[in-house]
Design a protein around this ligand. Structure first.
Ligand code: HEC
Length: 298
């Protein structure tokens, strides 16, 4: 009682203001604890936690460097501070990761792209964690209405300057706000695989399908749950005329006015050939129908 009672007459009001101010702080800065949490990245193998680590604690595992990349979201070069991805994987998983099939990334908003392990073996991937010039670790996404996005905790980039192949596949393999990195040892979509002994065209078509279509569509029930099944029970090569199928891929809005399907990325230089190879793959799959087992993964 006494401390308050012995304060001058205006004390209660000061105390009130203090409480108000504390309340204001709590409301205004709830993000403080959130950003502490969001600095952590969880590494998993087949969905099971292997290690949770803050970005700063990656330093003993991999040597940080500065890396200039072509930044497709801003269509210009930028320089990031980054850790080489292979060294990070070696440090966290051991050499075993090289035998895995793909790596599934989960972003803060739940976006969940996957990148084949082969890509990391053949190209130099990096986990960027800061700007070279100490500015905020953000970018302006010109591909999504100039939306300002934060990139941390980790942003997957590639030493892409001078690599035609990397410059073409780009955005699909450059997830940002990575908070989970999950190593998948087995094929996640066995029913989507082309039949054994398929031609090179069909195999390339399958790879395009995997990166460009499978996030939304299923084949034999395997794939994303955002768009219709394309192979079972009737394949789209059976009920859509070939010239229309090509247009579905290259310019879907010229067929259906209000379609939710995006056109094959404009940045792919040989779009016609990519579309033809995807169709070759879908034709091969029409001869390899398998009834979906259960619900498509969503
Ligand atoms: C972002 C999600 C998304 C991606 C990626 C996508 N599609 Fe689609 N696609 C859709 C949706 C949604 C529909 C359903 C029809 C609509 O909205 O017009 C559709 C419809 C189709 C149809 C017509 C099916 C029918 O029976 O009418 C075909 C064919 C098709 N997609 C093929 C493809 C191929 C091939 C690719 C890869 C090059 C692809 N789509 C990539 C979302 C997607």
């Amino acid at each position: 009682m006494t401390p308050v009672a012995s304060l001058p007459i205006y004390a209660p009001r000061v105390v009130q203001y203090l409480f108000l101010f504390a309340g204001f702080l709590a409301l205004a800065f709830p993000a403080t604890s959130f950003s502490e949490n969001s600095d952590k990245v969880e590494f998993k193998k087949e969905g099971k936690a292997v290690r949770t680590i803050s970005v700063n604690d990656l330093h003993p595992l991999a040597r940080e460097r500065s890396l200039e990349v072509f930044e497709p979201h801003e269509r210009r070069n930028r320089v990031y501070r980054a850790f080489p991805a292979r060294a990070v994987f070696d440090g966290v998983f051991g050499k075993d990761w090289e035998k895995a099939r793909e790596i599934v990334f989960t972003a803060l908003d739940g976006f969940q792209p996957s990148v084949p392990v082969k890509r990391f073996l053949h190209h130099d991937g990096y986990f960027a964690f800061a700007n070279e010039n100490k500015g905020p670790f953000t970018l302006t996404n010109k591909l999504q209405n100039d939306e300002a996005v934060t990139l941390g905790p980790l942003y997957l980039v590639w030493d892409n300057i001078g690599s035609k192949e990397l410059l073409e596949t780009w955005v699909s393999d450059m997830p940002y706000q990575i908070k989970t990195i999950d190593l998948k040892m087995k094929e996640r979509f066995p029913n989507m695989l082309p039949p054994p002994g398929s031609s090179e065209d069909v195999r390339r078509g399958f790879n395009h399908f995997r990166t460009q279509c499978a996030a939304c569509h299923t084949v034999n029930g395997d794939g994303g749950g955002k768009a219709p099944e394309l192979n079972y029970p009737e394949s789209i090569v059976e009920y859509i005329k070939p010239e229309y199928l090509k247009r579905w891929i290259l310019a879907p809005q010229t067929i259906r006015y209000n379609t939710h399907m995006p056109a094959l990325a404009e940045e792919i230089s040989n779009r016609e050939q990519v579309a033809a190879e995807i169709i070759a793959y879908l034709k091969a799959m029409s001869g390899a129908k398998r009834a979906p087992s259960g619900n498509p993964s969503r």
